[in-house]
Design a protein around this ligand. Sequence first.
Ligand code: FRU
Length: 533
Amino acid sequence: MNQTKNALSNLFGLALVGCSLIGKTEAAEENQFQTFPSYKNVGYDQPYRPKFHFTSLKNWINDPNGMVYYDGEYHLFFQHNPLGMGWGNMTWGHAISTDMVHWTQQPHKILPFGNGYPFSGTGLVDHNNSLGKQVGDTKTLVFMYSYALDDRPRFGVLPPPKETNYHQAIAYSTDKGRTLRLLNDGGPVIPNQGREVDPKGTERDPKIFWHEPSRKWVAILWLGEASGGKVRFFNSDDLQHWTPVSDITRKWAHECFDLVELNVLDEAGKPLGEKKWLIYDGSLDYEVGSFDGKEFKAEQPVKNDKLGDWNAAQTFNNSPDGRTVIIGWLVKGNFYRKKMPFTEQLSFPATLQLRKIGTEYQLCRWPIKEIESLRSKSWSLPKDLSATEANAKLAAITPECFDLTVEFQPEGEKDVVLSLRGSVLTYSPAKKSIHFIGSESAANKAASVGKSAEEIKKLGISEYVMPNALRNGSVKLRILVDRGSFEIFVNDGETVLTHSVISELDNKSISITGDAVIKSAEIHELKSSWDER
Ligand code: FRU
């Protein structure tokens, strides 16, 4: 990255004395962060490597970044520490896919420079060459990221800056994402919005997109931990000069904003011929309303669509088929504990839908249909079995990773218990809700008996409740089980739990007990999306 020298001089006004020395430092910096050549001999064949959830060949990842589709390819960038298994040294890692299921990791794209790091951001296709960088017929891909100058410790190996002061910057690619260049050497296109807005200066994670009705580029920026929940909207004609056009203030607002327009569906999933804008943050707090290119106006109070350990989700820009596909960071994968060469993972891509239930808009998620390409073996139980009958059949079904759909009708007061590789889902007829505990938490809970509150806390037990699970007398579940996660979709995705759970290699049992008629059950074993690599 030749940008480093310029970035050093332009951004921080460093005198370029002793150029050869700076040249060497620069090269050392570049070599230090471009560690991808060392990834190639790692492979995907480790016993705990997720089969169909994205992981980096090596090292730490967190937020998905710059998700954009162009010319037959989905680009997935991600926050990546190229030097280790913990958060830090933030770099944009990169992977490309033609189907969002099979990914090929690429060399790291935006490397740390100056005294700072490229934090999260988004990407788009510059369809009308607003940036003026287009080469031939290939549209420019444009990415806006936060340049994080942060003097808190643990940011990485670069010398820390004198004070915390983030700005928003642009990187672009004229060769379909194969190389990214920093615009203006990484200097601000949106400068820091000022200490009066965010005394801590940590404003970050811009979302950018094209708003067709107003024919403007739009950026949305969360204005930091200390801003009291401010989110600022900007407009631009050339992707370089950005004018603030409105603010909203929301107590719930916290990092990684996204704003997308969705078709509204009825309860059964049929289009109502109506569109609404969805705004959400990293914790999947969301509002639904209108957006005119400048101002977002909410039409219902905030709701939340997050259950389990996931964060910082964003959607693909320029989707080719009208779908809005979301991917988030499946927090606390912690694969390093199993001595894997990588740690952390992303959620399986899901379509976002907005359903109108009564007078309320409800966000739903559903795994993309491309998952079917991973099916290696399928089973389907005869209809209307008792739990005992179903259980007898399930005893012979022992897939490692699978996509399970089950519908049961509770018939009494006893809990219905579905056990999947040691993780347990319990339907309570009294509460009409499902309780979930992952296998590791279940083991820790068993071991916690008689321990002090402090010791129990250290064990780290997470349990979740999915409410309102009963619909028209039955419970419908779809569950994706990978080596390191459970993604549970209740009632066609109205409630979703997305959670990291490492299942033990030798436990492949599936069972169901309790008073229920198992109306239907289908299990598809899933092969690894990395097999063909
Ligand atoms: C969310 C986040 C973002 C930030 C990034 C840094 O997980 O904190 O706000 O840009 O991670 O890695």
